[in-house]
Design a protein around this ligand. Sequence first.
Ligand code: FAD
Length: 381
Amino acid sequence: MEPIVIIGSGMAGYGLLRELRKLDRETPVTVITADEGAAYAKPSLSNALATGKTPEQLANQTAEQIGASLNAQVLTHTRVIRIDIAARQVETDRGSVPYSRLVLALGAYPIAHGVAGAAAGKILSVNDLGDYTRFRAALAGKKKVAILGGGLIGCEFANDLAAAGYEAAVVHLGPYPLERMLPAPIAQRLSEALAEAGVAWHFGRRAVSAETAGGSIALKLDDGSVIAADVVLSAIGLRPRMALAQAAGVKTGRGIVVDRLLQTSVAGIYAMGDCAEVEGWVLPYVQPLLQQARALAATLAGIPTPVNYPAMPVVVKTPVLPLTVAPPAPNQPGQWHTEMEAACMVARFKDEQGNLQGFVLCGQAPALRSALTKQMPPVLG
Ligand SMILES: Cc1cc2nc3c(=O)[nH]c(=O)nc-3n(C[C@H](O)[C@H](O)[C@H](O)COP(=O)(O)OP(=O)(O)OC[C@H]3O[C@@H](n4cnc5c(N)ncnc54)[C@H](O)[C@@H]3O)c2cc1C
């Protein structure tokens, strides 16, 4: 029997394998991954300095251990270069692998920073354990870090670096950090809290060039000012990996388009995790991929199971001002109302009928968080 082939050993690919093995120990499964296949929690990459973890300590299991414990073949350092739909096989840089069903769990790639200059090639991004190992090596013995992008990941790294004693500067095009997710009063509070922790903000600015200056990097901004940095980290966002699907004629949009069964436009080929667009939603977070893993495992085990998305608040790992964010759906009409409650700042996004359609909670208030989450409508019910 040809195996179920999963491309990708991230939280999506391995999450699916784990869920599938709860239902079916026997069907052959092959995981193909371009990296070393270690299992790790990717969110830990942006708070590992504060939690005192080295890159090696972040890896929970090797590919070999995963394969042995979950009865799967894991092909590491193997890149899929083409999907041959007619022959039901994938072609890799190490040969062809036939499949009975194929799951694309390809993740997302960092958006190109577009910075010019001789030192532009030194700008790092952190989207996997290998990147993170290089980032930590670059930090060794250094002090000043410039971060491009004050979104979720940029803010988390800024907080982590500042807490670990680095001088962090953030170059952000918007007027506040995370301005697409947060109402202005809370975004402003976050920027103040990070500034108090030592983070230098450059709002409304973009980096245009990076030049070598002695042992460091001179990062020039679009107003002509220059930031001296030992390390520059780009955190300007990620895009779903779609090239393999596109080349094979699988339908794509903002991600690889799938239905509620997570099936693509081609029968027997599924997509999940950061690369997938589920009924218009591209949600590059852990909770959606866990929902997908449970549903798709059941489908692959013979019980067609549509994925459901309850309200899935995201925790922003900025200990200077911990945030829980459940953004309203794009284009949802309504307004933010911000107030203090139980010593926490809470913003509620309410529609015209007064129903809660989104919220942001500052601080640690688990009871309030769970009460707010319960009032939220499901994302995909
Ligand atoms: C720094 C950081 C912090 C984060 N913090 C949070 C958080 O606090 N909470 C939260 O919910 N989410 C967080 N996220 C997002 C979350 O980690 C991701 O949504 C999730 O890890 C994505 O998993 P994935 O398996 O879809 O993709 P990935 O982990 O990117 O896995 C993709 C896999 O596909 C493989 N691959 C790709 N192309 C090929 C190919 N052609 N051939 C073979 N293999 C291939 C790769 O090698 C990799 O194994 C964070 C993300 C980052 C980067």
